[in-house]
Design a protein around this ligand. Structure first.
Ligand code: ACO
Length: 349
């Protein structure tokens, strides 16, 4: 059996920075409320008519591929995790295949929201472990800004989410002492609607050059908005924030302990925990529960908000770029999100 390593990692965030102060100009909120409740200071919003979930995912993928020293012809399989696909169907996996000029390889979309990237990583790991593929491209990307409710009704959700992308190239480990040790996937659909969006939302048509927005001057990415659509609550994400908080702070530590216990490690052995960037308070709670030092946990939600499926690879990439993750380090990734779904991955980098 092969161990799987992350041979290359990349990220991409749109240039457009939207601060909390900027949001106060389009909705009833404040910098103090957002920072105190979530830790977020700013987030990125995609450039309208130019950037989509697939295009920003492709940008991150190119960086990961260059760092892994592979070209399009080397990629054997693509896994794309997102909750904000360009189209209701087909998925972003095939769009990436086209954009990057990959061979006619398999392309899979994973729809597991904030846990999507860790699920996708786990799937890719199985293909490498069994020897079926040598280079698996795994992407987590989101463009939330096109589908947020900037009215007072949706402010608890819209201040949290941001746009971004992260990607990795998975390969068989050259040695037995490096690679993904185990992954742990869970779900419980009993409260599926607590964090949900019943309808596809506002992404449809972003690739159609003939498509014309009804209100091109609408704030930020909400280019499809008409009053009639705004009145339909089920076109926007819904979240019972306190219910999400309560479940996240139980399930995230649980699934991290599951990974550590299975491999005979303790929290103090971790070089770095990269938790899903849901909310700084959730990450701090998890840190406290595991009794981890500040330098054992990496957070960047302050700069990017919650980018759901992109948040773990985006944070992992920044941690790696900052030199916080080095070869042989014990690293844990963990996530919790809509579904509910939760997951972890433990690896020797
Ligand atoms: N700005 C100002 N006021 C706001 C905002 C806002 N953006 N959003 C809500 N409020 C108001 C509400 O209207 C309410 O006012 P009222 O008391 O006059 O009725 C008040 O703030 C409190 O509202 P709550 O919804 O009870 O706010 P809470 O203190 O629970 O904070 C939050 C909301 C931040 C979402 C919190 O519940 C939380 O941290 N939840 C965790 C959920 C989370 O992190 N989700 C991330 C996405 S899911 C994931 O990634 C797993």
């Amino acid at each position: 059996m092969n161990f799987t390593i992350i041979a290359g990692i990349g990220k991409y965030v749109p240039e457009n920075i939207v601060t909390n102060e900027d949001l106060t100009k389009v909705m009833d909120t404040s910098d103090a409320w957002i920072q105190e409740r979530t830790g977020i200071r700013e987030r990125r919003y995609a450039t309208r008519f130019e950037e989509t979930t697939a295009t920003i995912g492709a940008n991150a993928a190119k960086v990961a591929m260059a760092r892994a020293n592979v070209t399009a012809s080397d990629i054997d399989f693509v896994i794309f995790a997102t909750l904000s696909p360009d189209y209701y169907f087909p998925g972003c996996g095939v769009l990436i295949q086209r954009m990057l000029g990959l061979k006619e390889v398999g392309a899979l979309d994973v729809r597991n929201q904030c846990s999507g990237f860790v699920y996708a990583l786990s799937i890719g790991d199985q293909f490498i472990k069994t020897g079926m593929y040598k280079n698996v491209l795994v992407i987590g990307a989101e463009v939330h800004s096109y589908a947020l409710d900037f009215s007072t009704r949706g402010r608890n959700v819209s201040v949290i989410f941001g746009d971004g992308a992260g990607a990795v190239v998975l390969q068989p480990s050259p040695t037995k002492d490096r690679g993904i040790l185990s992954t742990h996937l869970h779900s419980d659909g009993a409260d599926a609607e607590i964090l949900s969006m019943p309808n596809p939302g506002f992404h449809a048509g972003v690739h159609n050059p003939k498509w014309k927005p009804p209100q091109p001057d609408a704030p930020y990415g909400n280019m499809f908005i008409t009053q009639e659509l705004l009145d339909k609550e089920d076109l926007f994400p819904y979240m019972d924030g306190q219910a999400v908080f309560k479940r996240a702070v139980i399930k995230m530590p649980e699934v991290i302990y599951e990974a550590l216990n299975q491999n005979g490690y303790k929290p103090e052995d971790l070089k770095l925990l990269v938790p899903h960037q849901a909310n700084l308070r959730i990450a701090q709670f998890v840190q406290q529960k595991l009794n981890l030092r500040d330098n054992q946990v990496f957070n960047n939600i302050q700069k990017y908000g919650n980018t759901t499926a992109a948040s773990v690879p985006l944070a992992l990439c920044e941690a790696w770029e900052a030199g916080k993750v080095k070869e042989g380090d014990l690293v844990c990734l963990s996530a919790f999100g809509s579904g509910f779904t939760w997951a972890s991955a433990l690896m020797k980098w």
